[in-house]
Design a protein around this ligand. Structure first.
Ligand SMILES: [Zn+2]
Ligand SMILES: [Zn+2]
Length: 350
């Protein structure tokens, strides 16, 4: 390339791209936080102040800027490709999968994502910006519900407050000429032991999309778990059944077996009540397992291919789910997040 070695993006873009690539590569979050923190520090500063700090060698005196971030900033300010960025682009910038690209291109949005309001690592607006950069028309913000205290699940009061923040983010984005994109209001609501949903119904009614998931008592016996899941699927507020087996196939949380339930009965209830079965794209989940994915396909279920992102870079995980859906021969038309926003909203609130 003739322009090899020159960089026009500026230091904030370089730091954000580094963080994105690290998250996408599933690196430790502490590494990522350093770069995101540094980006947040210099974002509000005038460019000449940053340039002066580079020249004076005083960048690391700014809050949250360590040696490696300072190096990235200095190189970007000088118009050079930061070495750390070049290395990450080379090692982690390529496609994540061999398949799934065609289906990924057909997706218009993502129905399952978390911010730092629950157990995600980044602010709401950073998730939204990254979704825009990935080409999405919509992102549903689905932070956890109250009972999931380990994940800082949102009380009714906090969720109510979050809805105002989502409105503010949307009006801000609209003001920046990105009016095509919407951040949608959602929740990943716990399915309680009796099949009810862990949030006030009038608040659920105010949301655009609701994902319902089991997060506790995953070892419940099969008849009770079947009843519990069907109870949630029958709830008219439920739109998506999240990571249905709860299994973990890898990762730092260790492995976890699938919950036992009558999958045919649960998926038939999904068809009857117009609930999409989530294809959870997280590499450590790969949920539903292939056998169940094929069963849901054969029973006529709708699907939603979700990232379940807990960091902006993880929004790019959807292609993992696309690869699996493509391998299972699931048509794009049956995947609700290939639909335009208006159709999706009509389906979710019909
Ligand atoms: Zn979940
Ligand atoms: Zn989730």
């Amino acid at each position: 390339m003739s322009d090899h070695g020159t960089y026009q993006g500026g230091p904030v873009a370089a730091l954000r791209r580094i963080a994105f690539l690290l998250e996408r590569a599933r690196e430790d979050t502490y590494k990522v936080k350093a770069f995101r923190g540094a980006a947040a520090t210099i974002l509000p500063l005038p460019a000449e102040d940053v340039a002066r700090a580079v020249e004076d060698g005083t960048l690391t005196q700014l809050p949250g800027i360590g040696a490696s971030s300072a190096k990235v900033i200095a190189q970007a300010v000088r118009g050079e490709v930061p070495e750390r960025l070049a290395a990450l682009e080379r090692d982690h910038g390529g496609p994540l999968t061999a398949g799934g690209a065609e289906l990924r291109a057909a997706l218009r949005g993502d129905l399952h994502s978390h911010s730092d309001w629950s157990d995600g690592g980044s602010p709401i607006e950073e998730m939204a910006f990254t979704a825009i950069e990935l080409g999405h028309d919509y992102l549903v913000l689905t932070d956890h519900s109250p009972r999931l205290t380990v994940a800082h699940g949102l009380s009714a009061e906090r969720l109510t407050r979050q809805l105002g923040v989502v409105d503010a983010v949307n009006s801000h984005l609209g003001g920046q000429g990105t009016g095509e994109f919407s951040l949608l209001k959602g929740i990943e609501v716990d399915i309680l032991d009796d099949g009810s949903l862990d949030q006030d119904d009038d608040l659920l009614a105010r949301l655009d999309v609701r994902v319902a998931s089991v997060h506790s008592k995953l070892k419940m016996d099969a008849p009770a778990m079947t009843k519990r899941m069907i109870g949630a699927v029958r709830n008219p507020r439920t739109n998506v059944l999240g990571h249905c087996t709860g299994r973990m196939v890898m990762g730092n949380r260790g492995t976890r077996p699938e919950s036992k339930f009558d999958a045919k009965a649960v998926f038939e209830a999904c068809v009857e009540h117009d609930v999409a079965v989530e294809i959870n794209s997280r590499p450590e989940r790969r949920d539903p397992p292939t056998k169940l994915l094929e069963l849901a396909r054969d029973l006529g279920c709708l699907f939603s291919i979700d990232s379940d992102a807990h960091a902006p870079g993880q929004l790019d995980f959807q292609v993992y789910g696309c690869e699996r859906a493509e391998a299972a021969g699931i048509a794009a038309e049956r995947i609700v997040n290939t639909w335009p926003r208006e159709r999706l909203l009509a389906w979710a609130n019909g």
